[in-house]
Design a protein around this ligand. Structure first.
Ligand code: GAR
Length: 221
């Protein structure tokens, strides 16, 4: 059996994306192993999730560090010690320093709750709702030096309805997040992601599955 892809998952909160990654690993649909979960927040519920599944967890409170650089160099040390091959940001609220990006070049993935490049940064769901878009969704991307600007791996689309609330939309987006993040990691594990400039090409994808979507539905067109 081929070696499993070694993941390091960084969290700050609820950890539902961490949970979906764990579930897909346990089901066998994601051929990876979580070597370490690191939380910068000692109160994060994701810590409980990791412990429940017997996964190594380290709490690294950023408030205990003098600078972002000090915090990130400790993160790097732990991830390297655990021989992590792909760093997964799963609701991790810290901005990474250039030193961290250099330590894991094109080996950091993030998930964002909007269809990038629209609505980067904080509260992507509220930004989309306030803007009045008909579709929003989520984006898995590699991390570069910008905020949510890195090469896009997968996007998942969600309808926005006229009477949507931020909570309702965020919940539906989160469900999609839980589908696309493990799939993006599995593509990586299979060596199918080719990054050229800022584009990610996924080798041997079934193009017949691609369809157009409309919201509201078209009538007679
Ligand atoms: C998710 O919605 C994720 O997309 C978002 O934080 C949430 C974490 O949920 N990330 C960002 O906004 C990053 N810019 P989780 O802790 O339940 O996985």
């Amino acid at each position: 059996m081929a070696d499993l892809l070694k993941l390091g998952v960084l969290i700050s909160g609820n950890g539902s994306n961490l949970q979906s990654i764990i579930d897909h690993i346990e089901k066998g649909s994601l051929k990876a192993v979580i070597k370490i979960v690191i939380s910068n927040n000692p109160e994060a519920f994701g810590i409980t999730r990791a412990k429940k599944h017997g996964i190594n967890i380290t709490v690294l409170n950023n408030r205990d560090f003098k600078s972002k650089e000090d915090f990130d160099s400790e993160l790097i040390k732990i991830l390297k010690k655990n021989k992590v091959e792909l760093v997964i940001l799963a609701g991790f609220t810290r901005i990474l320093t250039p030193g961290f990006l250099q330590a894991f070049p094109q080996k950091i993935m993030n998930i964002h709750p909007a269809l990038l490049p629209s609505f980067p940064g904080l509260h992507g769901q509220k930004q989309a709702l306030d803007y009045g878009v008909k579709f929003s969704g989520c984006t898995v991307h590699f991390v570069d030096e910008g905020t949510d600007t890195g090469p896009i791996v997968i996007q998942g689309v969600v309808h926005v309805s006229d009477d949507d609330t931020v909570e309702g939309l965020a919940g539906r987006i989160l469900k999609e997040e839980h589908r696309i993040y493990p799939q993006a990691i599995q593509f990586y594990a299979e060596g199918r992601l080719e990054i050229k400039d800022r584009k990610v090409r996924i080798k041997s994808i079934d193009k017949k599955l691609a369809k157009a979507m409309h919201n509201p539905p078209l009538s007679g067109f």
